[in-house]
Design a protein around this ligand. Sequence first.
Ligand code: NDP
Length: 676
Amino acid sequence: MNMTSPILQSYVLGGWYTSSTGLTVIPSALDGADVARISSAGIDFAAAAAYARQTGGPALRALTFHERAKILRGLADAIVARKEELYALSAHTGATRTDSWIDIEGGAATLFTYASKGRRELPNDRVLVDGGVEALSKRGSFVGQHLYTSLQGVAVHINAFNFPAWGMLEKLGPTLLAGVPAVVKPATASAYVTEHCVRIMIESGLLPEGALQLIAGSTGNLLDHLSGQDVVSFTGSAATAQKLQNHPVMARESVRFVAERDSLNATVLGPDATPETAEFDLFVKEIVREMTVKAGQKCTATRRAFVPVAKMDAVEAALRARLEKVVVGNPAQEGVTMGALISASQLRDVRETISKLAQDATIVFGDPNTPPSGTDPNGAFITPVLLRCDTPWAAPNVHEMEAFGPVSTLMPYTDLVDAIALCNRGAGSLVMSLFTYDPEVAVAVVEGAASFHGRVLISDRDCARESTGHGSPLPALVHGGPGRAGGGEEMGGIRGVKHYMQRTALQGSPRMLSAVTRRWIAGAPEVENEIHPFRQSFNELRQGKTFTSPLRVITLDDIEHFAHFTGDTFYAHMDEEAAAANPFFPGRVAHGYLILSFAAGLFVDPAPGPVLANYGLENLRFLKPVSPGDAIKVRLTAKAKNQRNAEYGEVTWDALVSNQDGDTVASYELLTMNAL
Ligand code: NDP
């Protein structure tokens, strides 16, 4: 053991902690030299979990989604500002500059996305309303509303070695945005990158104390101290996932468990794609990219490539020609396009799995057992390995075993039904891709295979230039897959935040549920007085503040004037006979937009004031036609407020337009921006 390599520190209970016993050496992927030593011996895991719950949780929950989003943005800025320190460490993992870019800047970008989604898609509040109000009673005094609140536990993130920064940050973004503290446990093999990334985030001073802890080394007995308010989010092998899932405390306490694990991701060349089409080239390029980026150590990498049987030789030849150009070596050297596996032990695993795959298939490119020329024999280098299996239905290993390296198997299919069945034989994958220009092929594959896959990329000549590719999970889209892939789901925009929150069905009176959800609900008290709501600033305006207009008659002249003025001379407004023949109308009726315009004319208070802009309508429904001679009035009620910044906030108004008989003609939500 090299006694001079640094000992990675854990960050627990508000400070950095160095273990001095039980140290494991972490070797460099490039030459096997010691990079660091690691151990978590001596950490009080029960205390760490309690610290997260008692210190980090309350501090995060006291913040609104917007305040948490601001922290995420700051963390991402801090990482970007010090990214070169991370690139330097990442080089030891065998990563090329591009591989590290995916990990480091891709990780920061995930935080940026969550910061921006948090500000744009979540309220400046601590609770999140889910769906609409459910009417549960005849007279409306008893209603229901679903509401998300933050879990009061700790999120334990157990990450894989392949993306030591991104793997942590893609889990951390949604977790912190949800108001839940995290304990991060990186994979040993690349923990030195994660440790430094955590150091950067802690040193930014942005995180509330207890919001983030790091365990460098094993998780010890941490799982023994979890409860039903906690979440374990895991990325790694199926074997470890199973071990964690079967932990007695996990089962007994119903600890939420999210898993991303081995995945035999498939890609399909559509039957329409010939060597002359763009889709054929795109398919070949993408397979090689998936094999070589991160030396194929990607949970989303293509492992199984299916092509029409008649095109097997052409695809094989094209793949070989491209793979010939791959230069394996130390990424520090000029011209190297693929780096090393993470470690010698991973190299052994990959070689062993290839030998099992080779029981079903023939290696048609690469030599797994001979180190690529010019590479350090102590490094974990391997050539890309392409296998070909002409009998995919008689080849169980290729559908069940993941060689977590630059390895893919080419296989034929007879028709689309066969291709779909072969994809699904992966028994649940994170992603599959399809290269076709035929929408009918896409429909058949999506309907036949989507339920086995967390993500489906349909690639063609129209989107290829801008496509993010088969292997890139994106923060806005769900990452995870059913069955073998673990059954978990991460990210997916705000969906990922909800995994760290509890949805509760609330029942009660409109008044009570309005108070709890901070959204006025019909039936809750209204405040109506001589002050027009448009004369009140954002801060003065109270939820439930209501304005009711007088009635205004809509004449035939109004309808005709509006029709000619706007050009909307649709027959329902202009032709009595044709309108009467329409099953929805008694005869000529007012335009929906005329009703909205008159409603605005009825509720606005015209003088300059705190209302700065009308910026939208939501949930608009026209419920009853308005005939010439009918009268309408509008009731406008302040429903919800969402402060955007130090100068203004958005107000959601409940607008109800009714006629002279009190029947509802139209309902919608109006959005305005109001000065504080
Ligand atoms: P592991 O399942 O061994 O490790 C994943 C994470 O779990 C690591 O942080 C590891 O820590 C931790 N871990 C292992 N055992 C326990 C335990 N008993 N309790 C708590 N935590 C534990 O996977 P690897 O990263 O070593 O990769 C092995 C294989 O997993 C790959 O070859 C590949 O097939 C698959 N894999 C799949 C991925 C996916 O997203 N689908 C991603 C990465 C790998 P430590 O490193 O300290 O042991």
